[in-house]
Design a protein around this ligand. Structure first.
Ligand code: ZN
Length: 311
C-alpha cells in the first residue's frame, strides 16, 4: 500500500490544521493510535522467529533492530553516538536501547519511559513468546513515540527498551547505574510491563510513594477507555501484591526518582509458552495504550509540581 493516499496539497493542509488545534483539558489523546498497527508490531516481536527474545541471542539482536528502526521512523534520536548501550554483569549481559524525543521545553527535567524487550527465550524446545510480557509494553511505547509527533510533551522524553529484566532487572539496573544523562535531570520514570491483557482493568502503581501523583492519575481514571486503578504499591495493600520492586521501575525508585508503573494482574498465560499474540484482545490493548498516553500527557503537565518520593 502506498504511504500517501491523499493528494499532497490536502495532506499538507491537514498537517497544518493539526498543528494549530489547541488541546483543551477535555481532549482525548491517542485518537491516532491504530489498533491494527499495535497488533502488527506485537505479532512481529512475539513471533516464534524471535525465539522468546532471550538476552545475547541473534533473535534478541533481531528484536532490537526492529525497535530501533521503529524508533528512528518515529523521529526519536540517540542520545550519544548509538541507540545501543551494552552491559555485562556476572548475572547477565545484554544491550539496552535508549532514545530521546525532544520536548517543547528542552531544558526541563526528562521523563523516562521504560519497557523491557527481553523474555524467557526457549526452554525445553518450547518458545516462550512473551506477547504480553513484555512485547506489549514495547509496542505501546513505540505507539506513544509516534503519537508524540503530533502532540509533543513539554518535557524531554527518554525511551529505554531494557534487556535482561527476566534475569532480575539487570538491564534497568545497569541503565540507572550509568544513565546517559545526569540522573538529577530525570523527573519521573513511567514503566510499562504487561499492558495488553487488562480484562478491563489497568493498574497504575507508584502514587503510594509519591502522593502528588495520585490526583494526576485519578484525573485520568475519571474518563477512561479502560478502568485505571491505583495501587499495588505498598506492603499490605488491599489490592494484593506490592509491585514496588517487581519490574524496571525499581532501580529508578531506589535512586529516589518518582515512578508510575502500568501493568495488569498476572493471568493464566503469565510466564507460560501460551503468552501469545492470539490471546491479546485488540480492543483491550488499544484502550490500554490510549489510557497510558493520556496519563503521560497528564503527568507531563503536572511534573513541575511532583515532589521527591516520601516513602
Ligand atoms: Zn515483564
Amino acid at each position: 500500500m502506498p504511504m500517501i493516499t491523499s493528494p499532497p496539497l490536502l495532506t499538507l493542509s491537514l498537517l497544518l490544521a493539526g498543528s494549530f488545534i489547541a488541546l483543551g483539558p477535555g481532549h482525548a489523546y491517542g485518537q491516532q493510535v491504530e489498533s491494527a498497527r499495535l497488533m502488527r508490531d506485537l505479532s512481529v516481536l512475539a513471533h516464534d522467529s524471535m525465539q522468546g527474545r532471550a538476552p545475547g541471542t541473534p533473535q534478541s539482536a533481531k528484536a532490537r533492530a526492529f525497535v530501533i528502526e521503529q524508533l528512528a521512523a518515529a523521529g526519536a534520536r540517540p542520545i550519544g553516538d548509538s541507540f545501543e548501550y551494552p552491559f555485562e554483569t556476572p548475572r547477565a549481559s545484554g544491550v539496552n536501547v535508549v532514545a530521546r524525543i525532544a520536548g517543547k521545553q528542552p531544558d526541563a527535567p526528562a521523563i523516562v519511559l521504560t519497557a523491557h524487550y527481553d523474555h524467557e527465550g526457549v526452554r525445553g524446545g518450547i518458545v516462550y513468546n512473551g506477547a504480553d510480557d513484555n512485547a506489549s509494553g514495547v509496542v505501546a511505547a513505540l505507539a506513544i513515540a509516534r503519537a508524540l509527533r503530533a502532540e509533543p510533551l513539554d518535557h524531554p522524553l527518554v525511551i529505554a527498551f531494557v534487556d535482561a529484566e527476566e534475569a532480575g532487572m539487570v538491564g534497568s539496573r545497569a541503565l540507572v547505574g550509568a544513565f546517559p544523562i545526569p540522573l538529577s535531570s530525570v523527573g519521573l520514570n513511567v514503566n510499562l510491563d504487561m499492558v495488553a491483557r487488562t480484562e478491563g482493568t489497568l493498574w497504575a502503581a507508584g502514587a503510594h510513594h509519591t502522593p502528588a501523583l495520585r490526583p494526576v492519575l485519578e484525573s485520568v481514571a475519571a474518563r477512561p477507555p479502560v478502568r485505571l486503578r491505583l495501587g499495588h504499591d505498598s506492603a499490605g495493600a488491599p489490592e494484593g501484591a506490592d509491585w514496588t520492586r517487581s519490574s524496571d521501575h525499581a532501580p529508578f525508585h531506589a535512586a529516589g526518582i518518582p515512578f508510575v508503573y502500568f501493568g495488569v494482574e498476572d493471568h493464566e498465560d503469565y510466564h507460560r509458552p501460551t503468552d501469545d499474540t492470539e490471546r491479546v484482545s485488540p480492543d483491550e490493548f488499544l484502550a490500554s495504550v490510549q489510557t497510558i498516553l493520556a496519563a503521560l500527557h497528564a503527568l507531563d503537565a503536572a511534573l513541575p509540581s511532583l515532589r521527591e518520593p516520601t516513602l
